[in-house]
Write a protein that binds this ligand. Structure first.
Ligand code: SF4
Ligand code: SF4
Length: 366
């Protein structure tokens, strides 16, 4: 069963807004004993401070502070006060051509500056670039393609050359006509890159479901955001210090995708940027309506894993006894039994969404 989730009632603004002038950023610290610093020590933008953690601003190290991550889990963070100078310690020259790298150099750039879990499977025949977001109400991947079409195409083209990939396909939902025509207009000079327009169903944005749907051996799936970050790494030998977050929900008057500093307080990024229709009785959900978590919006920081904030009216849902209707079994995209905890579960939340008794079948798995 393929579930169509209607998102037409929420129209996300077609422009990405920047919110980069934040007062502080907060770096998660797993063991405060291992962090050596003096109050007011200076850090540069992009400088690695400890444990591979880097600063997205330049400024002075201050104090530890307990905040929360996208799972609403308390984390200790180290505060850096912004001096708004965006000072860099090293200025690497811009590389003119990104297709002159060797395979090994690309893999080491991915490992050092992007995400090393993708470093191995680029030796493939078919490359798929997914612009399908994980949650039906998110639009980050789509906006990465929309805002950075040229850079993303250039990066795909470089990977095709360097890894001897046969062809690449950009996957996009048939509903996104503006982005489809913009991309099509620019594809002319890239004969090995194609657009693959797909009928969206949830949870197509999940890599396991997408791989099953594509049914292609010897292939590699990458996200549009990954390619944008890789472009930056190859051009500037540095990590991207900002990311896209979708802000939406029934109570948001002006849903949008915002570009924010990694490590900032999301409440600061939302101030003067988002209008809430009724701010007396609402909840904030991080990372989607289908499988996200209710979070304390005043303490939430932008981590690498945060994708979206959904602001909705709080409604208490009473849970009833299971009536053995089997809906949760029918809807599972991986044909699992949601009532038995399975390690293959991708936590898409469809079983809970469909359950007429409002049972949260994801509860114990979190
Ligand atoms: S959908 Fe809900 S009520 Fe139906 S079998 Fe599954 S858990 Fe029970
Ligand atoms: S068990 Fe539920 S949450 Fe897990 S994959 Fe199946 S439908 Fe999704």
């Amino acid at each position: 069963m393929k579930l169509q989730i209607n998102k037409d009632n929420i129209q996300i603004s077609s422009i990405t807004r920047n919110k980069l002038d934040v007062e502080n950023i907060y770096i998660p610290v797993f063991n405060t004993n291992l962090v050596n610093f003096n109050y007011n020590d200076y850090v540069y933008k992009e400088e690695t401070i400890f444990d591979n953690k880097f600063s997205s601003i330049s400024g002075n190290l201050k104090n530890f502070k307990i905040l929360v991550d996208e799972n609403n889990k308390e984390i200790t963070t180290l505060r850096i006060e912004n001096d708004y100078k965006e000072k860099l310690k090293f200025r690497h020259g811009n590389k003119k051509y990104i297709n002159k790298y060797t395979k090994e150099e690309i893999l080491s750039h991915i490992k050092n500056y992007v995400d090393d879990k993708f470093a191995k499977n680029l030796n493939c025949e078919n490359l798929f670039i997914s612009c399908i977001d994980l949650d039906p109400y998110e639009a980050n991947e789509l906006f990465y393609l929309k805002d950075h079409t040229e850079k993303i195409l250039e990066t795909i083209d470089a990977l095709i050359d360097i890894f001897n990939i046969k062809e690449a396909h950009i996957l996009i939902s048939s509903k996104e006509s503006d982005v489809i025509s913009k991309t099509l207009n620019m594809l002319g000079t890239y004969p090995k890159i194609h657009l693959k327009i797909v009928e969206y169903f949830y949870p197509l944005g999940n890599d396991i479901v997408l791989k099953k749907f594509l049914n292609k051996n010897n292939s590699c799936i990458l996200k549009a955001s990954f390619l944008f970050n890789l472009y930056y790494a190859l051009k500037r030998k540095a990590k991207v210090t900002e990311k896209y977050i979708t802000i939406t929900g029934n109570l948001v008057e002006n849903p949008k995708v915002i570009n924010v500093k990694i490590g900032c307080l999301i409440s600061e990024a939302l101030k003067n940027n988002i209008k809430i229709k009724d701010n007396t009785n609402y909840i904030c959900i991080a990372n989607g309506v289908m499988s996200g978590n209710i979070v304390d919006i005043n303490k939430l920081i932008v981590t690498n894993n945060l994708r979206s904030i959904i602001i909705e009216k709080y409604e208490e849902k009473k849970e009833y006894e299971c009536i053995n209707c089997g809906e949760c079994l029918n809807v599972c995209p991986l044909n699992l039994n949601p009532k038995l905890r399975k390690k293959e579960c991708i936590k898409c939340g469809l079983c809970s969404y469909m359950c007429p008794s409002n049972i949260n079948l994801l509860k114990e798995e979190k």
